[in-house]
Design a protein around this ligand. Structure first.
Ligand SMILES: Nc1ncnc2c1ncn2[C@@H]1O[C@H](COP(=O)(O)OP(=O)(O)OP(=O)(O)O)[C@@H](O)[C@H]1O
Ligand SMILES: [Mg+2]
Length: 269
């Protein structure tokens, strides 16, 4: 097996990247019996908290940042559940860019954009051990997001139903094209847009419905047909967690993502 590497991204905060990546990883392991590795590339460590459900400081010195420095994430993989592993992140990942342009220059020199290939190199050793590698990205375009896109086969663009996010999608697509090499050097010509997920819809608001339709009109070939509504059970998942015994509303929280995940699997194989 060789893992399909999928990033979830958008350079805007609070669009559901972490929630969707966590639920996607859970369903791929639980319902589809895949082996999944989740990589937290956001120094907020939200995905780490979401899946590992502990104080993220427990992972200090044992995170994706150390993996990037070594060029191999293997020593920093944490088992979360059968079939589901995580490479955690803590606040110090925020110093990744500084490190790349200082100490990291001997390992990842800027020429040939090696500094944007740090994650690609660091997951090479684990690709044959998983069906999917899911990368959660931060809400900005910077070395963490660019490394994620360079390391990925597919990207899911997260659209939260707002005007700011619609313009963020437009610009995120430009970043994707930059990585694909359409506007410069060929960082990752293999990168494909798996789709745009229209997310966090509030069914009571017609303005959100209009924006969801507008996004569909602008990107008819890319949108997933399935739209994710805001639901209380999903919003509570960070509190209630992914343990079926402890969280009585777990299925209610994850079920709204089933159609999207079916579409995603059809697209990425
Ligand atoms: N389907 C949903 N229904 C209700 N609440 C949701 C849903 N999806 C996400 N949320 C909530 O919306 C907020 C933002 O979600 P999330 O943290 O996943 O976004 P993000 O894009 O990862 O944010 P950031 O850009 O800060 O990393 C969180 O409080 C989360 O619990
Ligand atoms: Mg997040």
């Amino acid at each position: 097996m060789t893992a399909r590497v999928i990033s979830l991204g958008i350079q805007k905060g609070g669009c559901g990247k972490t929630t969707t990546a966590g639920i996607l990883a859970y369903i791929l392991t639980k319902d589809y019996h895949n082996k999944v590795l989740v990589i937290d590339m956001d120094s907020q460590g939200n995905q780490t908290e979401y899946l590992a459900r502990c104080d993220i400081y427990e992972f200090d010195g044992k995170t994706v940042f150390e993996g990037l420095k070594m060029g191999d994430v293997r020593p920093f993989i944490v088992s979360i559940a059968p079939g589901l592993d995580l490479v955690p992140a803590t606040d110090l990942l925020a110093t990744f860019s500084y490190w790349l342009y200082h100490d990291g220059r001997s390992i990842y020199p800027e020429h040939e954009a090696m500094h944007l290939r740090a994650l690609q190199k660091s997951i090479e050793t684990v690709k044959d051990s998983y069906d999917y590698i899911i990368i959660d990205t931060p809400p900005h375009i910077g070395e963490q997001t660019l490394n994620a896109l360079v390391a990925s086969d597919y990207v899911v663009v997260m659209f939260e139903s707002s005007k700011f996010c619609l313009s963020a999608v437009e610009r995120f697509v430009e970043t994707i094209e930059f990585v694909q090499g359409m506007t410069g050097q060929k960082l990752n010509p293999k990168l494909k847009v798996a789709g745009i997920l229209r997310n966090l819809n509030d069914k009571r608001r017609t303005d959100m419905r209009d924006l969801i339709e507008l996004c569909g009109e602008q990107y008819p070939d890319w949108i997933f047909r399935s739209v994710i509504d805001r639901t209380a059970a999903t919003g509570r998942l960070a509190l209630t967690g992914f343990d079926e015994v402890e969280n009585k509303e777990l299925r209610k929280a994850v079920e709204p993502y089933q159609d999207f995940i079916k579409e995603l699997i059809e697209r990425v194989g």
